[in-house]
Design a protein around this ligand. Structure first.
Ligand code: NDP
Length: 459
């Protein structure tokens, strides 16, 4: 065991890599971790954490407006983008330092630089060679930009957190998580936002009612959503603004301050040397792994977004933990990818767990649908025209709740609790037997009495 420089060499100090490194070290392994940017990875540096801080910042606009209905006099607050970026950067630096310190405290050796796999048990970092019993690829993902003329003038989620100035007019391309989250952020902060999506309904893969409900709420706020639209080219003007060549986008004939691509992310495997040592990659460049996160080469493993499984931080953390337990804890452990809840921090936010209506119908054949749409209590006085959607999908035969979905304030917080119930196999009768907490929005999930429809598949 000690013939190697380390028992585990982790490439990438993001959520999955850091968890695997710390757990492995705690289990007695000699661990080295290499990072070529900042410790913390996408989630901490340019993902979940700064995004959520910016969602908070942007939501104050609604809060100031809503306060008037509760007796507060109208104020005219102003917003400073540079000030937000500065305070956000301070917090991100604090967290990045904390990640590094946690690793050092756990006894993990941290190496700064770009690592490359040169043999099944050998890694090179800027000319330094390490022999390793196991190698873990945890390099995450990278934003994908469509190959159109002028794409180099567009931002992605990599750059958007560091913009020196707030764009007054922005086009966001894409209809997934990042697109709808940033549409809400920029709109809340006062930018004029257009979201351009190539399909006919945003958030493909989500429940249809959720997709429609969120799009309606976003439009009510003043975000322009251009469906079935296409951005063909971006031209940079001498004044630095951007002229667009596009179809289906109203207002595209006027210049924009920024265009942001939120058109998906691809596994970050370029330059790692994986193909040259024979590691199998999928069509998008994702590392192919088995149920225990091991590649076709027994000493090389991968966790997190780089594996193209479920691209969510808590999933990467579970995968990292399971791998370390498998390799050094004496217990082969496979991460559980079933019934993973998630949230979209749109405004209003989405929380979801389990199956969509269509997937539940395909799986169970007979389902009952319960939905409620209502005005959140806060808006009875604020006067805001915003509605919440809650939906339960029940497998008729077993009475088990197959899916729970919500669009509305606190959806992420509420669905986290509902996810425990679904993971335990709760039935609709269990939901009905639970006493609500009054007055909350969450209590609606336990007071949905009659199905709005019963669906039976053709087979
Ligand atoms: P998504 O996969 O969610 O969405 C990508 C969007 O871009 C889709 O609407 C897709 O359209 C569109 N698209 C893809 N290629 C093109 C193209 N060539 N031209 C035009 N449009 C295109 O990716 P995101 O980048 O939003 O996020 C990446 C992942 O990161 C998410 O899937 C999620 O796993 C994770 N994430 C999670 C968050 C959270 O938990 N809150 C927040 C942010 C990210 P179509 O639907 O037609 O394919």
């Amino acid at each position: 065991m000690n013939d190697f420089d380390c028992d585990l060499f982790v490439i990438g100090a993001g959520s999955g890599g850091v968890r695997a490194a710390r757990v492995a070290a705690r289990l007695g392994a000699k661990v080295t971790i290499a990072e070529n940017h900042r410790f913390g990875g996408t989630c901490v540096i340019r993902g979940c954490v700064p995004k959520k801080l910016m969602v908070y910042a942007s939501h104050f606009r609604d809060d100031f407006e809503d306060a008037v209905g509760f007796g507060w006099s109208s104020a005219s607050p102003s917003f400073s983008w540079p000030s937000l970026i500065e305070t956000k950067n301070r917090e991100i630096s604090r967290l990045s330092d904390l990640y590094r310190r946690l690793l050092s405290d756990a006894g993990v050796t941290c190496v700064e630089g770009s690592a490359r796999v040169v043999a099944p048990q050998r890694v090179e970092v800027d000319g330094r060679r390490f022999t390793c019993r196991h190698i873990l690829i945890a390099t995450g993902g990278w934003p994908f930009k469509p190959d159109i003329p002028g794409a180099e003038h567009a931002l992605t989620s990599n750059e958007v957190f560091e913009l020196p100035e707030q764009p007054r007019r922005i086009l966001i391309v894409g209809g997934g998580y990042i697109a709808v989250e940033f549409a809400g952020i920029f709109h809340g902060l006062g930018s004029e936002v257009t979201l351009s999506y190539r399909g006919d309904r945003i958030l493909r893969g989500f429940d249809q009612d959720v997709r429609t409900h969120l799009a309606n709420e976003m439009r009510k706020k003043g975000i322009s959503i251009a469906l079935n639209s296409d951005l063909e080219a971006i031209h940079k003007r001498t004044d630095g603004r951007l002229d667009l060549q596009a179809s289906g986008i109203a207002g595209a004939d006027r210049p924009y301050d920024a265009v942001m691509f939120a058109t998906g992310r691809v596994p970050n495997t370029g330059g790692l040397g994986l193909e040259s040592v024979g590691v199998k990659l999928d069509k998008q460049g994702g590392v192919v792994v088995d149920a225990f996160s091991t590649t076709n080469i027994a000493s090389i493993h991968a966790v997190g977004d780089v594996t193209n499984r479920i691209a969510l931080t808590p999933v990467a953390i579970r995968e990292g933990q399971a791998l370390a337990t498998t390799l050094f804890g004496g217990t082969p452990t496979s991460p559980d990818h079933d019934c993973v809840p998630s949230a979209v921090f749109s405004q209003p936010p989405i929380g979801t767990v389990g199956l969509t209506e269509e997937d539940a119908l395909a799986r169970h054949g007979e389902i009952d649908i319960y939905t409620t749409r209502f005005r959140p209590m806060r808006h009875t006085l604020s006067g805001r025209d915003e509605r919440t959607l809650m939906k339960l999908i029940v497998d008729t035969a077993s009475d088990k709740v197959a899916g729970a979905h919500m669009v509305g304030p606190d959806a992420a917080e509420i669905i986290q609790g509902i996810a425990i119930a679904l993971k335990m196999g709760a039935t609709k009768a269990d939901f009905d037997a639970t006493v609500g907490i009054h007055p909350t929005a969450a209590e609606e999930f336990v007071t949905l009495r009659d199905p709005v429809r019963k669906r039976r598949s053709a087979h």
